[in-house]
Structures are given as C-alpha cells and as structure tokens.
Design a protein around this ligand. Structure first.
Ligand SMILES: *[C@@H]1O[C@H](CO)[C@@H](O)[C@H](O)[C@H]1NC(C)=O
Ligand SMILES: *[C@@H]1O[C@H](CO)[C@@H](O)[C@H](O)[C@H]1NC(C)=O
Ligand SMILES: *[C@@H]1O[C@H](CO)[C@@H](O)[C@H](O)[C@H]1NC(C)=O
Length: 394
C-alpha cells in the first residue's frame, strides 16, 4: 500500500492538472468576454480579475442590487477563475460566489450617492435620478464603458458621424468588450425620441448587438436652471450652460458606473483612431500590473475627452461634480479634484504639477480628434484640435 501512495499522488496531480486545463479552456470557449483573441498574458488576466473583484467588493459594500445579478451570471465562472489564478477574494464576496445569490440586498441603483444635500429638489424623488432608457440590451460587465453626452445644437450635429467612427474603429473583440452609452441631454421628449430613432436606423448593428445604449435624463432631475448663482463673472447663459453640462456628466457617469471596469468620457463631435479600445485597455492593465498609481489615464487632451477612470473611483468624481456644479466648468472641477488629491499646499507650484502628473497620466498620443467647429454653447466656436492625433492630416 505504501508503495502505491506516491504513484496515486502522481496520477491525482496529473488528473487535477488536466482538469484545470480543461476548465480554463472551457471558460475561454464558453465566455467570449473573457476569451480575448489576442495573447493576453496570465498577468493581464489576473489583473483584470482583480479589477472585477474590486468592483464587486465595492458594489457589495454599497449594497448595490447589481452585484446580485453579476454573481448570478458570473458566479460559477468567476469562482473557477479565481481558484485557477490563486487570487485572494474578500470572504464576503467568496461566500456570495458560493451561494450565487444573497438575500436582503437593497436594489436601488444610484441611491448610494449622497446627492440630496447638493440637489435638495431630489430629496423625495429618487426616481428622477433614473434616466429614461430609450434603448438598452442590458449589457454590463464589460471592460470599458464609453459615455457620450450630447445636446441639441443650433448649427451642425456631428453625433451620427461620431458614433459611426467609434464603432467602425473597434473590431469584433473590442466591440464585445465595450458599451457605448449616448445620453441625449434634452428634456424635449419629441426630440429625444426622434434622435434616438435616427441613431437606431443609422447604427442598427451596434444598437441590436447591445453595444450602443441611448438614455435621456428625466426632466425632474434638473434643479431650476433659471435660478442659479452667477459665478466666475460669467453671463447667465454661460453659467446655465456649464452648470447643466456638469449635471449631465454626473448623471451619465452614475448610469455607467456599475456596467464595467473602466469609464471613458467622450464628446459628440469626434473621430477615433483604430484599435483605441484595446490600446486603452492594455495601457490601463499594464499600469495596474506594474503597480503604478493613477487616477486618470488621459487619451484625449482637451476637456473631458478620452479621460479614463476606474469605475470604482468614479463616485469621487461624481460627488465632486455635483457639489460644485454651479461653481465651475467640469474640466476645471476635474483639475480641482486631482489637485486636492495630489498636492501639498506648502510646496511649490512645480511640485504640485509633478504630483498631479503622477496620477493624471497623459498618453503620448491623442486617440481622438475634434470634428466640429461649433460648440454646444450657442455661438461659441471650438477651434482647438489635438496636435498629437495619430493621423496628422485630420
Ligand atoms: C481586434 O484587435 C485586437 C487588438 O489589436 C486583436 O488582438 C484581436 O485579435 C482583434 N480581433 C479580431 C476579431 O480581429
Ligand atoms: C497562492 O498565493 C499565496 C499567496 O498569495 C501563496 O502563499 C500560495 O502558495 C499560492 N498557492 C498556489 C497553489 O500557488
Ligand atoms: C507614443 O509612444 C509609442 C511607444 O511608447 C510609440 O510607438 C508612438 O509612436 C508614440 N506616439 C507619438 C504620437 O509620439
């Protein structure tokens, strides 16, 4: 009997190894979202799993109902991968993954943000935080969610061309791993329906596959925009325009936050370079793998374009925008948040800049280029162009 033991162990070892291989293969075949065609190293995959776990932990802490769905959907697969990759998972999440389900979770999306202090008109109307969903296939658990706010313009509207560029410059793998959310930030139902129909007609494949979603704010979401404080010496029109824009950004981010690992905000008048999705994702995962700190990865340059942030960090930005929506334009608030996070007030301006650059990491190349000349603020002309777009002739 004694002689047989090592042999038995050996075969058991072979059996377990084969079983693991088959399990991993099975996962790769059965779940295309995790099965990237490109040679994703184990490290990358591990980093990505850690992101998902972190995201789930956060949702769990927030008692977000979404986590139940995720676990029901991915529970068994996640459990196997976590085991295979030997990742440590918080005990709470682990027991959830075993049970696949948990009772008693509050399922009230977005109610975990403390917005009511700053937007008191929402106090007894939490429903106003839920946008109208004009089209959704319920896609979630993607790597990158792209948020695109759009408003009615007096001059040209470039939205459709922009969306075509975003979709065309992703291949199938990238499309399957992304979600594009267009928010038509208008309360005129006739207009939002019309534009939504146009998007559905012009981009039917992206809409039908679930890659593209369309939402619009509930009219009750906005406070009285005629009654804002005039700030920074700006005209009333300008204050209203930038304050509403801040509220639009915050709502879009709130909607997108639970749907993927990373969030990237874009605008409605851009063209994208090919492979932007996988390049962004690789850059983020590489930084995480190298344990380099970052808060924003910047693939765009101007304004809010192409700023990538972890979904788990997004609540900070959302709260910050909501707190100061009436005080400054969104891109200044982003500066302010990063400055607050990074800078030592007793040190020089230069050391502040270095500290900021450390967590707001600018990519050497802009992945997006402006198409439009007309800003969404009536009469404002937008002539800024990214000078490091990969194709200089555009
Ligand atoms: C899409 O592009 C990525 C990155 O370049 C590549 O790894 C992947 O194989 C491509 N997928 C398809 C279906 O062509
Ligand atoms: C799993 O990781 C832990 C530390 O993270 C390590 O101590 C342990 O040996 C690993 N197990 C296997 C089977 O690799
Ligand atoms: C950015 O850096 C990468 C390599 O790090 C290089 O291949 C690429 O050409 C650079 N792009 C620009 C616009 O400098």
């Amino acid at each position: 009997m004694r002689f047989h033991r090592p042999k038995f162990c050996f075969w058991l070892f072979i059996f377990i190894t084969l079983l693991s291989c088959f399990t991993v293969m099975f996962i790769f075949i059965s779940d295309t979202r995790i099965a990237y065609d490109h040679p994703l190293t184990k490290t990358y995959m591990k980093m990505e799993m850690e992101k998902i776990i972190e995201h789930m932990t956060r949702l769990y802490e927030l008692k977000d109902g979404e986590i139940q769905e995720i676990i029901e959907h991915f529970g068994p697969i996640l459990k196997t991968i976590v085991k295979t990759l030997n990742i440590t998972v918080p005990e709470d999440i682990e027991s959830l993954m075993v049970a696949y389900k948990s009772a008693g979770m509050v399922s009230a999306p977005m109610s975990h943000f403390d917005l009511f202090t700053f937007l008191p008109h929402l106090w007894s109307h939490e429903d106003f935080l839920k946008p109208f969903i004009l089209h959704s296939r319920g896609r979630n658990e993607v790597s990158i969610v792209f948020g695109i706010p759009t408003v009615r313009r007096q001059k040209r509207n470039y939205l459709i061309q922009t969306l075509i560029s975003f979709v065309k410059n992703m291949n199938q793998t990238e499309q399957d791993d992304s979600l594009i959310v267009v928010m038509i930030a208008e309360v005129d139902l006739e207009y939002t329906r019309q534009l939504s129909e146009e998007i559905k007609n012009r981009l039917s494949d992206a809409v039908n596959s679930g890659l593209l979603e369309i939402i619009a704010p509930s009219p009750g979401y906005y406070p009285d925009l005629k009654n804002l404080r005039l700030t920074l010496g700006d005209s009333e029109d300008r204050v209203r325009w930038r304050s509403k824009q801040n509220l639009d950004f915050a709502l879009l981010m709130m909607y997108c936050q639970p749907k993927g690992s990373f969030y990237v905000q874009l605008e409605d008048d851009l063209i994208a370079r090919p492979q932007y999705q996988s390049l962004m994702k690789q850059t983020a995962l590489q930084r995480i793998a190298d344990e380099q700190e970052w808060f924003i990865l910047d693939f765009g340059g101007l304004g809010f374009i192409g700023k990538m942030i972890r979904s788990s960090d997004l609540p900070w930005l959302i709260q910050f925008i909501i707190m100061f929506y009436n005080d400054k334009p969104g891109d200044w608030l982003l500066e302010g948040l990063v400055q607050t996070k990074a800078c030592h007030l007793g040190r020089s301006r230069k050391s502040c800049k270095n500290a900021k650059d450390g967590i707001w990491v600018k990519h050497n190349e802009s992945f997006f280029q402006h198409m439009g000349t007309w800003s969404s603020l009536a009469g404002k002309i937008q002539l800024l162009k990214a000078n490091n777009f990969y194709n200089k002739s555009i």
